[in-house]
Design a protein around this ligand. Sequence first.
Ligand code: PHE
Length: 470
Amino acid sequence: MVISMEKKRNSFGGSIGFVLAAAGSAVGLGNLWRFPYLAAKDGGGLFLVVYIILVLTFGFTLLTTEIAIGRRTKQSPLTAYKAVNKKSGFLGYLAAIIPMMILPYYCVIGGWVTKYLVVYCTGAGTAAADTSYFTGFLSGITQPIVFLCIFLALCAVIVARGVDKGIERMSKFLMPVLLLLILVISVFSLTIKSEGADGVVRSGFDGLKVYLIPDLNSLTFSKLVITVVDAMGQMFYSLSVAMGIMIAYGSYVPDDANLVKSINQIELFDTVVAFLAGVMIIPSVFVFMGREGMEASGPGLMFVSLPQVFHSMGKAGTFVAILFFAMVLFAALTSAVSIMEAVVSSVIDKFGFSRIKAVIIETVIALGVGIVVCIGYNLMYFEFKLPNGTIAQMLDILDYISNYCLMPIVSIGTCILIGWIMKPDYVIDEVEKSGVKFSRRTLYIIMIRFVAPAMLMVLLLQALGLFSLK
Ligand code: PHE
């Protein structure tokens, strides 16, 4: 037997492993705490229809492009752009900086989720229903940092084990469990019925109607535009594009894998989970808190409103809360692992470091920045007004720069690179390499050259406060 001395690039064992890992990246906090809120805000069913159309056109274009660049170049995000075209190396730097900025605060939030899971598992859930519990937790100095360390260590161990033994194995186990948990909680959520604090009796099915039935009566043109822009931003974030992750994961996909099929499956998985998150959250919040309860999203929804809902459920509440936070933890972990992998693969490819060394370096950086994010809520507390009008703390500033500014910029750059400089055949040939037909070829060409960059420009201008819909 000939033993090759050349270091072999990690790879996924098969298509299912790749699809579940990519879906693991895509399914995250965005699906769980932002999608249901936007759907409820933007007229129920209408948002869902717009969202699905965008996933199948805009989302499909970006996802296909990144995965194909990864597989074709067999490089990490940092080095892949240069391999596509010598002059586009700077996009690689931007694409690698984004996950470095996101990982620390994503892990801080992962730490909060871990904390809540522990709280409910140890039977202390009643305290969490108090509105000041969450702020009390954040203003304590050590606890958020301890939970950040636990979550980050979990991530580091999985990434250090490599693509097939770490990331793929974890995804193959956690993603089916996540789907099962969300299904169970959704069904439960539909069965509840209760008299809310306002004395009105509401059922889970009433809540489902709020979620699904389009509110067309009050529809105006400007509302429709807001719905489209909201759905666009949500979809962009939800599919984990524009931060190198899909390039890194694409570079581990075997050449004979059917990319068209895999991409369809990733989109389907992500959309189904987002949809189910709505079925799970909207009816239960609606039953116990009415329409006003549905005005919360993000941390406010997950760590303040939902604990109150669990409390109102009585005895069953603790059990549902444990299932819920376990599910959120899995979603956050598979996403955080993908963010870390984007950085680690870049360090390995650029500097030739071992995987372990790269993981240690990135963990130390994420820990350092993560601690600054944590103390941004207590010792270093400040309030800052962002160009788009929101009041921000440390975490929000990192989120704003990475998600709202750099990600659209990288994506616009990628569209120009593939659509105009290299030409769409660069991606189409890669997809068709395994012998499959690229069925949405014409759609792809129109999207990558014209529509996607224009849509991304709208997102960017809105984030910069140069264009407002409200
Ligand atoms: N796509 C994930 C979500 O919907 C979030 C995420 C963003 C994950 C960026 C990785 C990188 O929550």
